[in-house]
Design a protein around this ligand. Structure first.
Ligand SMILES: Nc1ncnc2c1ncn2[C@@H]1O[C@H](COP(=O)(O)OP(=O)(O)OP(=O)(O)O)[C@@H](O)[C@H]1O
Ligand SMILES: [Mg+2]
Length: 814
């Protein structure tokens, strides 16, 4: 199971995987590292990511984007109301004031929640990763913008689960990038920290974090944002400007036509990018509406002028981050940039104005968030041994205030107390303990501290939590009692009431074993005792010194030790702290219940299977259609001689009928099995001639090959070469006979084939020829390659005896 990280971007999302060799970003089906955060609904199926983008302008009303901005917002939210002017799809209010997105899918009008649609995008990312990794995904970490409230984070986790992910953590996207950055820094100082500012200007939000790094870990000192600033705002500003120009020059109102607006925005984005590298840029928008091609120009200084209100807001989050971190500009060692829109030259200049230095490029702006998430997931996973001791301290930029009250004994509501339990830029995770008097039900309501500080429109309510009416547990005299409630801001910056415990100081009667003098209790043993005392006295005389020690010890030890005793159970009063866990009833503001999430998950599974069937069906139709176009000219062309005239005519008319059927309603929308059956049927007829053609074109060459083999083995068997001298006459005869047999068969078959027409089933088939050739080889080759017998061994000459040798020598000398 792989461990992955997901950067959920408003324009595009990325997924990275932690593997033993490092962290890699996964490319999608068209080899891009970023997958468009777009989902399109069509007549039959959905198109997600790249395919949604490529067909965007064909079906604008059913192509859903801006999901990061819309997630976790109510319909009445001013941001949603503002978006309606720009997005091509329709939005409506559904139950609880929630936002519903209207789409036409499979011929039906449907209303879907943003988290369901986002779940589809996440599902696509998961499938891309699984396809790349050839394995399932285990745990994962997903990023979100720092401003996301508790409700939005829960909506994100919901979507993430619907997409089939198993979320281990939701992290601030800038912190994720900083995490990846810090992990790879080898030169962090020992003695002091190094402070780095991270600036992210993506599609939908400007973010800034100041992070302190040491060898031991990283601390996020501050995290600020402005969700009204992002690349899309510049596109919209340009679009507004050009709409006026277009009206003047071409007399058309592009703002009134959603398809035209989508085209204009896409062109403005291109123009904006060109302006980042050039002093002027064209705006080309072919066929924007009413078949009009738009062509205009803009220069960079004009762009900076019309976008001045946006540029004026850029410095705010940077300055706020510096102030919240309690640092000065000179404390900041470096500024690192993330996000596509940070490339705008004016943005670069404003960063330099605030921080006194150009932003660095040590981060891979496109991939760093996904990689940071994957790395964090690897550290959390027991499967990887990576810098587990590198500590991370993140902050939550939104303070949380609780209102709490305890009912009076008469059932009336008690006074409401207010406390900011987690302040602005509070460390995550954090927990706080609250103590209440024992008694009646406790109610806690959690809200974001200062609603005005949250991005516009986001509800500040987190949830209400009731601690059940406290019942006195049985037994004991209660000296003191109170309720301890632990509230937590968890690793995902989610607020929760983690536990509630009744703590009681009680005096309870307990049984205790006590030693008692035997004489007091057991009269019947008095005699024995007397005897013992006697013995004691006798000892006294002889063990003076020892006795002295014993006396001393007797003083320290309980009195009962002084005399023989027995243990007895006695009731005593003991003070104790008794802890009883109490039930908490949480009513958290969340977009979906667990049951709804599971239902959505099941629905998504069905849709994925349906999408696959649609893809397979389209492929089957395509195969059938291509076959018709491919085989038809051949039937009258290169394959003509392999069909009888009437067969060819019949087949061509069947192909013509098939073509017609394919473009009729029935043929457009048939099932996969219908296409496959029709294709198989046609292919049988086409293959018949193709096979005959193959036989005809390869026959001569195969006959030649068999004849060649016959000649080869005949020559071999007749050879007088020394090499074959060991092959017996009998074996040679066998081979010659086999060659003659094969030759006779061949001559017979060739004669039979000569009388056949090209469109008739051949008498001599290629396969038979190959089999005969094999038969000959298998028969003749083992005979002719028999190994030569080894030469006979030389006889050993007699060795002269030892005593005879000198004699010979002597004889030689004479
Ligand atoms: N060279 C460039 N000049 C200006 N803007 C650019 C350039 N390249 C990309 N952008 C803009 O950057 C934005 C996309 O940035 P990015 O991919 O970081 O966004 P995102 O991660 O999807 O959004 P967010 O982080 O807000 O969720 C788009 O508005 C795009 O037009
Ligand atoms: Mg981003």
């Amino acid at each position: 199971m792989a461990v992955v990280g997901v950067d959920f971007g408003n324009l595009g999302s990325r997924i990275a995987v932690a593997q033993n060799r490092g962290i890699d970003t996964i490319t999608n089906e068209v080899n891009n590292r970023t997958t468009p955060t777009l989902v399109q609904f069509n007549d039959q199926s959905r198109s997600i990511g790249e395919s949604a983008l490529s067909q965007y302008t064909r079906n604008v009303r059913n192509t859903i984007g801006q999901l990061k901005v819309l997630l976790g917002r109510k319909f009445a939210d001013p941001v949603v109301q503002h978006e309606m002017k720009w997005v091509p799809f329709q939005m409506v209010e559904i139950e609880n004031g929630n936002l519903g997105i209207c789409v036409t899918f499979q011929g039906e009008e449907r209303i879907m929640a943003p988290e369901i649609i986002l779940g589809m995008l996440f599902g696509q990312l998961a499938r891309t990763a699984q396809g790349f990794l050839k394995t399932g995904i285990g745990y994962s970490v997903v990023s979100c913008p720092p401003y996301y409230t508790d409700y939005q984070r829960r909506a994100l986790v919901t979507a993430y689960r619907i997409g089939g992910f198993n979320p281990l953590r939701v992290v601030n996207e800038v912190s994720a990038a900083a995490y990846g950055f810090g992990m790879y820094q080898k030169d962090l100082p020992d003695s002091h920290d190094q402070k780095v500012a991270f600036v992210d200007l993506g599609e939908s939000c400007l973010k800034c974090s100041i992070v302190s790094f040491t060898k031991a870990g990283m601390k996020v000192l501050s995290s600020t944002y402005d969700p009204t600033l992002g690349g899309r705002e510049f596109d919209r500003t340009l679009a507004t400007h050009f709409a006026v120009e277009i009206q003047k020059k071409y007399k058309i109102d592009v703002m009134s036509n959603k398809r035209a607006l989508v085209r204009l925005l896409a062109s403005c984005e291109k123009t904006k990018k060109i302006l980042s590298a050039n002093p002027q840029a064209p705006l080309h928008c072919p066929c924007i509406m009413e078949d009009i091609d738009v062509s205009l120009m803009i220069n960079r200084s004009d762009f900076e002028e019309i976008a001045a209100p946006l540029f004026a807001k850029i410095k705010g989050p940077f300055e706020a981050a510096i102030e919240a971190a309690g640092v000065t500009v000179s404390d900041i060692a470096a500024v690192e940039q993330i996000g596509g829109a940070v490339r705008i030259p004016k943005v670069q200049a404003l960063i330099k104005e605030v921080f006194g230095q150009d932003p660095g490029r040590r981060l891979n702006s496109e991939e760093c968030i996904a990689k940071g998430c994957a790395m964090q997931c690897a550290v959390l996973s027991p499967k990887f041994q990576v810098k587990k001791d590198w500590k991370v301290r993140d902050v939550n930029p939104n303070g949380i205030t609780i209102h709490y009250t305890q009912k009076n004994v008469d059932g009336t509501n008690g006074d409401v107390e207010v406390s900011e339990i987690f302040s602005f830029n509070n460390v995550v995770p954090s927990s706080k303990m609250m103590t209440f008097k024992n008694g009646e039900e406790i109610e806690i309501t959690a809200d974001y501290s200062d609603g005005a500080k949250l991005p516009e429109g986001l509800g500040s309510r987190i949830g209400t939590f009731k601690v059940e009416k406290v019942k006195f547990p049985q037994g004991g005299k209660i000296l003191d009692a109170h309720v301890k409630v632990k509230v937590k801001l968890d690793d995902n910056s989610l607020f929760l009431v983690e536990s509630a415990t009744l703590e009681e100081e009680v005096e309870v009667e307990e049984e205790k074993k006590v030693a008692k003098k035997v004489e007091e209790k057991k009269d019947e043993k008095k005699e024995e005792k007397k005897e013992e005392e006697k013995k004691e006295e006798e000892k006294k005389d002889s063990e003076d010194a020892e006795m002295k020690d014993a006396e001393e010890k007797k003083d320290e030890a309980p009195k009962v030790d002084a005399a023989p005793s027995v243990e007895e159970v006695e009731k005593v009063l003991v003070k104790k702290t008794r802890r009883t866990p109490l039930k908490i009833v949480s009513d958290i503001n969340a977009p979906m219940t667990e049951k709804q999430i599971l239902d959505a998950l099941e629905q998504e599974g069905k849709m994925v299977a349906h999408d696959q069937l649609i893809i397979d069906t389209a492929e089957a139709r395509n195969t059938l259609e291509s076959y018709v176009y491919d085989i038809r000219p051949k039937v009258r062309g290169e394959l003509a001689e392999y069909y009888k005239e009437e067969e060819a005519t019949k087949f061509v008319s069947e192909l013509d009928a098939m073509e017609e059927w394919l473009y009729e309603e029935e043929g457009e929308n048939a099932s996969k099995s219908t296409y496959v059956a029709k294709y198989t049927e046609l292919k049988k007829k086409g293959d018949f001639a193709i096979n005959l053609q193959y036989e005809a074109t390869h026959r001569a060459e195969c006959i030649k090959s068999v004849e060649g083999n016959v000649a080869h083995f005949t020559n071999w068997a007749k050879s007088t070469d020394e090499k074959y001298a060991h092959i017996s006459e009998e074996d040679r005869t066998k081979v010659l006979n086999k060659c003659a047999e094969i030759q006779a068969w061949l001559s017979l078959q060739v004669a039979a084939q000569e009388s056949k027409k090209k469109f008739e089933m051949p008498a001599l088939k290629i396969n038979d020829l190959r089999n005969k050739q094999d038969e000959l080889y298998k028969f003749a080759n083992p005979v002719m390659s028999k190994a030569k017998p080894p030469p006979p061994k030389e006889e050993k000459k007699d060795v002269p005896k030892a005593d005879e040798a000198p004699k010979a020598e002597e004889a030689k000398a004479e």
